[in-house]
Design a protein around this ligand. Structure first.
Ligand SMILES: Cc1ncc(C[n+]2csc(CCOP(=O)(O)OP(=O)(O)O)c2C)c(N)n1
Ligand SMILES: [Mg+2]
Length: 1038
């Protein structure tokens, strides 16, 4: 395809002053292109017909000839052969008659006939004009399609009609049509004339308007192009750089009579519109003053989604995962997912009591999971609507991640069984950057879900904002063009046109496994919600909307007029559904308790007991046998395949690893290897994703080895550990945080039996994914009773690297922990530590040793429930000679240490200890070095808090009690208004019943996380160490 594209580019007309030398400059060496054959010093104009608009025509001929030389007229065949054989410009065109096929010498001898046959020029020019006209409709026809049901706005925000096509509105009036054609001809755009209208033209291979015909009169060509491109469907696809895909779309929209519906299909469509419309009407009647973000004005969404699902089910899909915003959500739950109506209606009852813990969420945010028979295809289908926050489009990557996971677990490597549908509002689709980030995941090997069908509810407004103020692109859907997704705009007041594009969209997905967009151009009958007054801001639009007949009424009238249904049948359909609603409403009054559990989007069968409780409240040892540790260590320090050449530097790294293993020790990278490798053995899938995670930002991980001699030959030793191990996925992500973290969260949602980790390049970058953290990870369980065991690895540490790259902002994560700083929990409770974990919204740790990192990763899976785990990971400790752990601390029977108590001289004579310093993470090594240098090992004890939240009250109580004469201080390298201080201090005070002060040794408050000046950094560090070990430091405050 590449050389075709270069050819096409090169065929564009040149000015006389440009020589064909230009062509040769970017020419691929071996490509057989027209550019190649025209690398002479003579100007292009030497080929008389190869100029101006002819280039498109010639390009088409050339494409066709490349595929099959016999498919074009002999004269073209000879022309292309001649030019390929090096015929000089002006001589390549030859009469076909005197030639025998394949006789190049004969071709070379033949004389050009162009000059001798002046009518050939006209013939070629007219055909070129028609070819260009066809192409113009294919490219720009959507600009004049009648997409807006209100008829007031151009859906593309561009009121100019393309100068080179004739719109249907022009065509309605013969005089206008003639005038327009005259303008085109007078303007000389195509050189066609009114008298040409009845001439018959050959159709190029790039159109299907002919059906069985290969030639048509121009008048008919224009009519058919208008039918295909300028009615209620606007097809945007000509930017797609794949000929087969373009041909496929052209065939779907140009073939005469292709948009046919049986009476049965029409009746089904009507019945679905009845449900969609009457559902909203029912809610409006019963709860007129309740917010529900109704679908009025886009009722066609329901049949549209059902058509996509029917068609996909027919093509083999049995699981559809959906994400959508507020608009029409209840309707989708009721009529697409088929949530019991009484469950929806009872949500409107303000007296309903919550049965589950947590905050719950409003009705138009809850998710749903339902398995049923698809009545159209008679096949089983599972539908899941992912719960979402108010933050528009935030659920997009989450849905993708969940879809990827479901595909992964059922071995659906091509997306034939599991697919996603994403719904969007027009303003949000254009405005939210996460849409772009999500599109960019769509074709990456470790992130693709093999095509998502996007449906935009384009009501041409966002709350009170007009599209002209809401986006700079013509359509709200232009973002999809970056991935070459075809975009089908459709007027929502034409339900059959909507059904047709939905069918094509589903077929596109199952044929090409790529994204596709359906843009439902509609309107919003009410305000933003049912309480809102739209006339304040959109008076003219809403005057028109008031006059607008509902689509159901319009379509019913159409079908009655066509005799497809009669009026009584239609009315019967309505009363049948109204009755269903009324009966459900009566039943809904019996519901006294709201079970958010009934709105789970991702059940984990078998993981909990039947009533949703953990199977135990204990956690086994996270240690391993020596054999397992050694085996993983050996694989981690070798290349487990033959004939594979790794980089010399990497050989040294592996050798060092090997030595560590021999010495029964691990560093950070090995500890991670041991945790992953052992969980894989236990059948736990592991997925590590993030920027440059395969090697590791700090070049310590090296989970993917690259052969130095063979391109793209790689080896992942982690996948060579055990005979029947679970697969390990490690994938460098796109340069996105919001999108990728959302994706991994979605992946982790699908199953509790996977360890899904997202690593930030540096911890501070997580803030571009803040929405996923704030809206999903932190409160997900409270809002949606949905647990999630995702792990965030956030490199953190003040190492003189300046304000960026230093802080993973522990203060933010800690501030969002749900434990009470002022209440001492019951420390006597059995399994206190596990209960605490069960009650928390997430776990926050900062490990100071590789061994503890190993344990906490394994604990994440061995716990009988799932909680998000936030780990502040080190940078300099990755290579710190003291940051090593002996196998002994990782053997069976060992555990993650929430607190690592002082175990040196100070612990031997605790009464003599003057100060008990608490700290977390890397500063521990600075503190011990300083203490040693000052010879204060007996006077100062240092205790590490490894699990910051939930706060280890029990263990810290023991520590405090052990050193009765010590004053207490918290030491951190972060600034005072950052880090852990604000979280730790009140909890420590609660632990000691506020009996003593808890002093602070650390940096002063600051706006930036760290200084950019190395010297200042070191001075600050020394100052905090001085405070930590100056036993008089806090005297004046006492
Ligand atoms: C990220 C985000 N910013 C702002 C809002 C507030 N908000 C809610 S709905 C809405 C308008 C959405 O317009 P559109 O996407 O066209 O959907 P519609 O309501 O028209 O269906 C806005 C701005 C939000 N929910 N999320
Ligand atoms: Mg909108």
């Amino acid at each position: 395809m590449f050389h075709l594209r270069t050819c096409a580019a090169k065929l564009r007309p040149l000015t006389a002053s440009q020589t064909v030398k230009t062509f040769s400059q970017n020419r691929p060496a071996a490509a057989r292109t027209l550019g190649q054959i025209r690398c002479f010093t003579a100007p292009v104009a030497a080929e008389p017909f190869l100029s101006g608009t002819s280039s498109n025509y010639v390009e088409e001929m050339y494409y066709a000839w490349l595929e099959n030389p016999k498919s074009v007229h002999k004269s073209w065949d000879i022309f292309f052969r001649n030019t390929n054989a090096g015929a000089p410009p002006g001589t390549a065109y030859q009469s076909p008659l005197p030639l025998s096929p394949g006789s190049l010498s004969a071709m070379a001898r033949a004389q050009p006939l162009v000059a001798a046959q002046p009518n050939v020029d006209k013939l070629v020019e007219d055909h070129l004009a028609v070819q260009s006209l066809i192409r113009a409709y294919q490219i720009r026809g959507h600009h004049v399609a009648q997409l807006d049901p209100l008829g007031i706005l151009d859906a593309d925000l561009d009121s100019s009609v393309p100068a080179d096509i004739i719109s249907s509105t022009d065509k309605l009036d013969l005089a206008v049509f003639k005038e327009r054609l005259r303008m085109l001809t007078v303007g000389g755009f195509y050189g066609l004339d009114e008298s040409d209208l009845d001439k018959v033209f050959h159709l190029p291979t790039t159109t299907f308007i002919g059906g069985q015909e290969s030639a048509l009169p121009l008048r008919e060509i224009i009519r058919r192009l208008e039918m295909a491109y300028c009615q209620h469907i606007g097809v945007e696809f000509m930017f797609i750089n794949d000929l087969e895909q373009c041909q496929w779309i052209r065939q779907k929209f140009e073939t005469p009579g292709i948009m046919q519906f049986t009476n049965e299909e029409k009746r089904t469509l009507l019945a679905r519109l009845v449900r969609s419309t009457r559902f909203e009407d029912f809610l409006q009647r019963k709860w007129s003053s309740e917010k529900r973000f109704g679908l009025e004005g886009c009722e066609v969404l329901i049949p549209a989604l059902k058509t996509i699902i029917d068609k996909s089910s027919e093509n083999g899909v049995d699981y559809v995962i959906m994400g959508m915003p507020h608009r029409g959500r209840l309707n989708v739950l009721a009529n697409v997912i088929r949530k019991e109506l009484e469950q929806i209606f009872c949500q409107f009852d303000s007296k309903l009591e919550a049965a589950d813990e947590g905050s719950g969420d409003v009705k138009y945010h809850l998710g749903m999971y339902h398995r049923r028979i698809n009545r159209v295809t008679d096949r089983n289908i599972t539908l899941s609507l992912v719960a979402n926050p108010s933050h528009l489009e935030a659920a997009d990557p989450v849905v993708m991640g969940k879809t990827k996971a479901e595909q992964f677990y059922c071995g659906d490597t091509e997306g034939k069984k599991v697919m996603s549908i994403l719904l969007h509002g027009d303003a949000a689709f254009a405005g939210q950057g996460i849409v772009y980030e999500t599109f960019h995941l769509s074709d990456l090997p470790s992130y693709t879900t093999h095509g998502t069908v996007h449906v935009v509810v384009n009501n041409q407004i966002g709350f009170t904002t007009d599209p002209r103020m809401a986006r700079s692109s013509p359509y709200p859907t232009d973002v999809a063009r970056v991935v070459n997704a075809p975009i089908f705009h459709v007027n929502s007041d034409d339900p059959e046109a909507v059904m047709y594009v939905c069918k094509v969209a589903a077929e596109w997905r199952s044929t090409f496994h790529k994204d596709v967009v359906v843009d439902l151009v509609c309107y919003r009958r009410n305000g933003h919600n049912e309480m809102d007054e739209p006339m304040f801001t959109q008076p003219l639009m809403y005057k028109q909307i008031r006059k607008q007949k509902p689509v159901l009424q319009k379509y019913a009238e159409l079908l009655v007029s066509q005799g497809v249904v009669n009026q009584p049948e239609y009315e019967e359909e309505i009363s049948k559904y109204d009755k269903i609603c009324e009966e459900a409403f009566t039943r809904s009054k019996d519901e006294k308790i709201l079970h958010i559990k009934h709105w789970l989007d991702s059940p984990w069968p078998g993981f909990f007991t039947l009533d949703g409780q953990p199977r135990s409240m204990t956690c086994p040892s996270t240690g391993l046998t020596e054999d397992i540790l050694t085996h993983i260590g050996n694989v981690a320090s070798s290349v487990p395949v033959e004939n594979f050449t790794i980089h010399g530097g990497l050989s040294r790294i592996l050798k060092t690893r090997g030595e560590l293993v021999k010495n029964r020790t691990v560093d950070w990278a090995l500890a991670e290897y041991m945790a992953f490798g052992s969980l894989l053995k236990e059948g736990i899938h592991i997925r590590l994703s993030g920027q440059d995670v395969e090697r590791g930002t700090f070049s310590h991980r090296h989970h993917v080895l690259h052969d130095q001699n063979v391109d793209k030959k790689t080896c992942i030793p982690m996948n060579h550990l055990w005979p029947n191990q679970a697969p390990y996925t490690v994938c460098n992500s796109s340069l996105s945080e919001y999108g990728v973290l959302g994706f991994e969260l979605g992946f982790a949602m699908a199953s509790p039996n996977a360890l899904v980790l997202w690593e930030a390049q540096f911890g501070d970058f997580h803030n571009t994914a803040q929405c996923i953290i704030d809206q999903f990870i932190c409160p997900g369980q409270a809002k949606w009773v949905r647990q999630n065991g995702i792990v965030l690895l956030l490199p953190h540490g003040m190492e003189g690297m300046g304000p960026e790259h230093s802080s993973a902002r522990p203060e933010r994560f800690l501030q969002m922990c749900n434990d009470d700083p002022d209440v001492l929990p019951n420390l006597e409770e059995a399994n206190f530590d596990i209960n605490q974990l069960y009650d928390c919204n997430w776990v926050v740790v900062n490990c100071s040793t590789p061994g503890n990192f190993f344990h906490v990763l394994r604990r994440q899976i061995l716990l009988p429930f799932r909680k998000p785990l936030i780990i502040f990971t080190p940078k300099s400790l990755l290579r710190h000679p003291e940051a090593r752990t002996n196998f002994d601390e990782m053997l069976s029977g060992t555990h993650f240490q929430r607190v690592i108590p002082e175990d040196g001289l100070a612990a031997q004579n605790p009464e003599n200890v003057k100060r008990l310093l608490f700290c977390t993470g890397k500063v521990y090594y600075d503190l011990t070095r300083e203490r040693k240098a000052r010879g204060m090992e007996e006077q100062v004890a240092i205790t590490r808090i490894e699990q910051l939240s939930p706060f280890p009250f029990d263990l810290l109580m023991q520590e405090v009690q052990k050193y009765p004469n010590a004053e207490l201080a918290w030491c951190q390298e972060e600034h005072k208004n950052q880090g852990y201080y604000d979280y730790v201090k009140p909890r420590l005070r609660t632990t000691i019943n506020r009996a003593k002060p808890v002093w602070y040794a650390g940096r002063d408050p600051a706006a930036a996380p760290a200084t950019g000046n190395k010297k200042t950094h070191l001075t600050e560090l020394q100052r905090l160490l001085d405070t930590a070990f100056d036993l008089d430091a806090f005297k004046n405050f006492s």
